[in-house]
Design a protein around this ligand. Structure first.
Ligand code: GLN
Length: 201
């Protein structure tokens, strides 16, 4: 497969950092706002930001239902922090009007690691990422309370689940796009390539 085209949902959040990390990981990276832009990508990143704001803008831009449909259909998707919340089938403490896209059978707790000024960095060992642990940047980060049978836990921090994969959906509580270490984005672009190879059969 030639370089996969990977979108970043560009309604709110740290879009530019993901575009840079995806490019470094060998993808053709593009911002995605509208349904026609969503239809043109092989994979999608849901960035960090504020999950309620992103979900409300997704409704306004008419892209929430198309997102749900493509994720249901197996589109490779990677959510960081707010993006992880959007991929959860269930949010423990949703704000009013907050919607999820879903895709991973997990329950997330928003802001679980504390407030903005309690943000921190920690080394995280992620299954499927070789070498040293990844530097995890946690900013008002969620954690995963529990996962269903189909979801695989890839990493924990102090007993809390912080990285999960289910099929083509990957989610982390933390922000690898902020560290200059592109191994998690490479893991994701490999998932996108693998899906492309299956589609080409
Ligand atoms: N706490 C935010 C939320 O609920 C997520 C923070 C982040 O993405 N860094 O959406």
């Amino acid at each position: 497969m030639t370089a996969p085209v990977v979108g970043v949902l560009a309604l709110q959040g740290d879009v530019r950092e993901h575009l840079t990390a995806l490019t470094a990981a060998g993808a053709v990276a593009r911002p995605v706002r509208r349904p026609d832009e969503l239809a043109a990508v092989d994979g999608l990143v849901l960035p960090g930001g504020e999950s309620t704001t992103i979900s409300k803008l997704a409704v306004l831009f008419g892209v929430l239902e198309p997102l749900r449909a493509r994720v249901r259909d197996g589109l490779p998707v990677y959510g960081t922090c707010a993006g992880m919340i959007l991929l959860a089938d269930k949010i423990l403490d949703p704000r009013s009007g907050q919607e999820t896209i879903g895709g991973i059978d997990m329950i997330v707790r928003r802001n679980a690691f504390g407030r903005q000024n309690e943000s921190f960095e920690a080394a995280v060992d992620i299954q499927g990422v070789d070498g040293d642990p990844v530097e995890g940047v946690f900013i008002r980060a969620p954690w995963v309370e529990s996962v269903g049978a189909a979801a695989e836990v890839l990493a924990e921090h102090e007993g809390h689940i912080v990285a999960v994969r289910q099929g083509n959906a990957l989610a982390t509580s933390f922000h690898p796009e902020l560290t200059g270490d592109h191994r998690v984005h490479r893991l994701f672009t490999d998932m996108v390539r693998a899906r492309g190879a299956v589609d080409a059969l």
